[in-house]
Every structure is written in C-alpha cells, then in structure tokens.
Design a protein around this ligand. Structure first.
Ligand code: GMT
Length: 379
C-alpha cells in the first residue's frame, strides 16, 4: 500500500447528533483519500448511506447473559477493538468521546499485539456533564492523558476541559465541518407553500434534539417577540425530552398557527433552504454543528454567548451573539435582520463565505490527516 495510506479505526455513538455525524463524515472523507476505514460501533452509522470498497463496519455485539445485571457494552467494545486492531493491522484508532470510548481504546491497546495510536476527539458532553462527577472525572482524565493525541471541537472546550478535568495534555482545536455536497441552498420555494407559509412571510428555524440544554422556551419566547413586528413562522425541527413541554408553551401563548412542529427530519438542508434565520439559544454547546449547516445554506444565525458558539458566529457579520436567556436582544437583532432585505442578503452571503473559509471540509480533513501522521512518527 502507498506510504501515506493508513488503516484507521473509528468509534463513535453512531446515532448521536453532531459527534456521530462528524465521525462518519470524516470516515467517508478519509476513505475518499485512499485510507482504509474500520468503523467499530454498536450499529451502522446512520450517515453511511452508500458503498465504499475501503470502509468496513465491525458491529459490537453485547451478550445479555443472565449473570450480568448490566450488559457489558464497554468491555465488549474494547474486546472488539483489540480484535480489529490485530486482524486488520490498524495504525490509528480515532475515538469520539473520552468516556467511554477513549477508555475502551486504551484497554484494547493493552490487549492488542500491535502498538496502535489512539486519537481522541472531545465533543463536549463527557466534559461538561460527566466531568463534574468526581468518579468520572478521574476516568476522563486518564482517557485523555493516555491517548496519543487529543483534539477538541472548539477553543472553549479546551479551556473547559483544562479547568474541569485538570489534565496535563496538549489538546488541539480541530473545528467541525459539514459535507458541502449535502449542505447548500437549493431553490425549494414549493416546500414553503406545502407548509402553508406565504411567500412574504419570513421563516425562523430551530433544529435540535430538544434536550433541556437547548432552552426551547427561549426559542419560543424570542419568536413570540419577533412575531409582534415581522410576519413570520417558526419551524421547530427534531424531537426529544422537551418536546411536549414546548408544545404546551406554544399552545398557552396561542401561537399554534405560527409555530410548526416538524419532528425528526432527514433532509435538513432542504428545510434550511427555505429558512431566513436560525436560532440556537443553548446553555451548553461546545460547538453547535447546526450553525455550520445553516450558514452553508446561507442562513444567518443568532446564538448565545456560550461554549463554542461565538467561535462559529461572527457577531454583526454572519449573525448575532446574545447573552444566555436574553430573548429581548435576540428578538431585536432578529427583527433588525428580517425587516431589512439588503442586510439579510449581506449576512447570508457573509455566512456562506465564513463557513467556506474557516470550516471547509478539505481544511479540517488535512488537520486530522496531519495529526495521524504526527502520532505515527512520534515513537
Ligand atoms: O448537542 C448534543 O446534544 C449532541 C452532542 C453529540 O455528542 O453529538 O453534541 C456535541 O457535539 C457536537 C459535535 O461536535 C457539537 O456540535 C455540540 O455542540 C456538542 N453538544 C454540546 O456540547 C451540548
């Protein structure tokens, strides 16, 4: 095989939000570059929707023996990793999430006959949620320090990791990216019509997994204020624990006519193509992949001054940043933008240019490839 070509194992939560998307898209990009990719996961990654001759999938099967009170998923994963490292002669094992995946990788490296290099990417939730727990803190610290290289999806996440976990490790920022072949603005005005949205009405959109951290009530309250000044509809895309509470709030406020609950959707770029503004008012967000998806479809964004969000939105150029919970300011920025066609067009253009310049997949791919080369040269 060519010297630059590597055999790379990838482990992620295949169906979990942004981290699963990034891991799968990265695997596909690496495969296109000629690397051999081995996904080691509990189910087939959902974005893996076509055949690649150099992508393999190894399913982690957890046996449900009656002696175990809990199915030993982490141990089954570590065993599968060790098996794949040896049989497929992996050079690198790239795991997404310190806990449990980096820990499983370390155990697998110990068991395997080959000296595989472990690259761990931090996406946030393990640090910002689990890191607070003393039991896990020690485990996460171990996972990070024993990895050969660690990356985080934003500078803020590096800062958070260092302060919450107190790790002695260089953590490199490698930002997220989107698949440009999928995320671009399409001419789909008929979708607007199908949803009964009038041509002159503006479309505000929020896309998430409806977890508490996404602050759905702030989205609804911001839209309530926007609607006082601008004829608009709010599209709520996704599903999760806060779904019914949000439905109730919308009903209480008498906004059923203007707020459309679309549930989980597959063709997000089609929906973004009819949107004028994206809202992300989270209280925790290490990056906010949906912001990139929106900006690639020429949709400016308003987000909170939280986590990695200010690293993605350029305040006053590609959207606006507001303090957590500041729905008044969010609405006033939104109204300013939605009621000025020229400004809206400028922001849309800026948004697209910004993603292309700073988050292009080719740039991010190169950073990961360079990191693999670096860990392999560092004996
Ligand atoms: O946001 C979520 O609930 C899902 C979570 C995940 O594990 O996919 O997202 C995290 O990783 C994404 C990809 O790097 C980031 O874009 C999200 O900001 C991050 N979520 C949080 O930090 C809450």
């Amino acid at each position: 095989r060519l010297t630059y070509m590597k055999k790379i194992g990838i482990t992620c939560y295949p169906s979990v939000g942004g981290s699963g998307v990034i891991a799968t898209e990265l695997g596909m990009l690496l495969a296109k570059q000629g690397h051999e990719i081995h996904f080691i996961t509990s189910s087939l990654p959902f974005r893996l929707n076509r055949i690649y001759s150099n992508i393999y999938y190894h399913e982690v099967d957890v046996s449900h023996y009656p002696v175990f009170q809990y199915p030993p998923y982490d141990l089954a994963l570590a065993t599968k990793m060790a098996e794949v490292i040896d049989r497929e002669e992996l050079d690198v094992l790239h795991v997404h999430y310190a806990m449990p995946h980096a820990i499983c990788a370390i155990l697998a490296r110990d068991m395997a006959k080959r000296d595989v290099k472990i690259v761990t990417t931090l996406h946030g939730t393990d640090i910002t949620v689990l890191g607070i727990d003393q039991t896990f803190k020690r485990m996460i610290k171990y996972g990070i320090e024993k990895s050969n290289a660690v990356t985080a999806v934003s500078a803020d996440l590096v800062k958070q990791t260092k302060s919450v976990i107190d790790v002695d490790k260089n953590i490199q920022v490698i930002y997220n990216f989107i698949n440009e072949e999928e995320y671009f603005k399409k001419d789909l005005q008929q979708i607007k019509e199908e949803y009964g949205i009038q041509e002159h009405e503006k479309v505000v959109i929020h896309i998430s997994n409806f977890r508490k951290v996404k602050r759905l009530k702030d989205i609804v309250h911001t839209f309530q204020l926007i609607r006082n000044d601008v004829k608009a509809k709010l599209l709520l895309v996704g599903d999760g624990p806060e779904y019914s509470k949000t439905l109730n709030l919308v009903e209480e406020l008498g906004m059923e006519q203007d707020v459309l609950f679309l549930g989980k959707q597959k063709n997000i770029s089609d929906l973004l193509s009819i949107a004028d503004l994206n809202l992300l008012m989270s209280e925790k967000e290490s990056f906010g992949l949906v912001l990139l998806e929106a900006m690639a479809c020429e949709v400016p964004c308003i987000g909170t001054n939280i986590g990695g969000i200010p690293e993605v939105i350029v305040h006053g150029e590609t959207g606006y940043i507001v303090e957590l919970g500041d729905v008044e300011n969010a609405a006033s920025y939104a109204i300013q933008l939605l009621s000025n066609e020229q400004l809206l067009r400028q922001f849309s253009k800026n948004a697209l240019e910004h993603v292309r310049k700073h988050f292009h997949s080719s740039k991010i791919l190169k950073q990961y490839e360079d990191l693999y080369t670096y860990v392999l040269s560092d004996e």
